[in-house]
Design a protein around this ligand. Structure first.
Ligand code: GRF
Length: 222
């Protein structure tokens, strides 16, 4: 290991994805890793045995595991260690990651959120509710955020953001669909850059259009 928030020297970087739902972000990571890739998805785990994310993993021959007790920190750490995971990606994972797991993987757990944090985040802010709140606020811009995970929901240092315009007549569904498209572009870029740099790096500018430029500096607290 190169440091608390660095990865092992092993290449490609070994990624675990935790997901509770459909797993379209997982799919974006799987698809991106088919091209010449500095990372590989080596494990997909879900608190929901029926999550379609697990099926997506199986279709690609990636080990798919059920997390029977998401609050059991030791079991989760053991699982991640079993697969020699370098980076953990929360992609629609609705459970809080126990503090012990966060400490065991300091700076090596990232989450994707469907809004421009710190706005429209926190406990209970997920799925349709996020987009409903954005529309109710009258905001003209929303987007996707990738951040490092700490002990609180949606609070860790921001790694990258991708803006999405709110259009007149948008519904939570139309907005969610456009934000999801942005997520699918953003997340693989963040993971690729992390794999290349050997640690999670901020993409600059924080609000990035197209291919963001990268500065290999550690995020705050990372
Ligand atoms: C995404 O909008 C993500 O930002 C949020 O949960 C949703 C997961 O979607 N955390 P999917 O399961 O990747 O399709």
């Amino acid at each position: 290991m190169t440091g608390t928030s660095g990865f092992t020297a092993a290449r490609p970087m070994r990624v675990a994805v935790l997901a509770s739902g459909g797993g379209t972000n997982l799919q974006a990571l799987l698809d991106s890793s088919l091209q010449e890739s500095p990372y590989r998805v080596v494990l997909v785990a879900s608190d929901k045995p029926q999550a379609y994310a697990l099926e997506r993993a199986r279709k690609r021959g990636v080990p798919a595991r059920v997390i029977s007790d998401p609050s059991d920190a030791q079991a989760l750490v053991r699982l991640l260690q079993e697969y020699r995971v370098d980076l953990v990606v929360l992609a629609g994972y609705l459970k809080l990651v126990p503090a012990e797991v966060v400490h065991a993987f300091t700076g090596r757990i990232i989450n994707i959120h469907p809004a421009l944090l710190p706005a429209f985040g926190g406990a209970g802010m997920y799925g349709r509710r996020v987009h409903q709140a954005v529309l109710a606020s009258g905001a003209t811009v929303t987007g996707a955020t990738v951040h490092i995970v700490d002990e609180e929901y949606d609070r860790g240092p921001i790694v990258a953001q991708w803006p999405v315009a709110v259009r007149p007549g948008d519904t939570p569904e139309t907005l969610a669909a456009r934000v999801l498209e942005a997520e699918h572009k953003l997340l693989p870029q963040v993971v690729r850059k992390a794999a290349e740099a050997g640690r999670v790096v901020r993409l600059f500018p924080a609000v990035a259009f197209g291919a963001p430029s990268v500065a290999a500096v550690p995020p705050e607290g990372g």
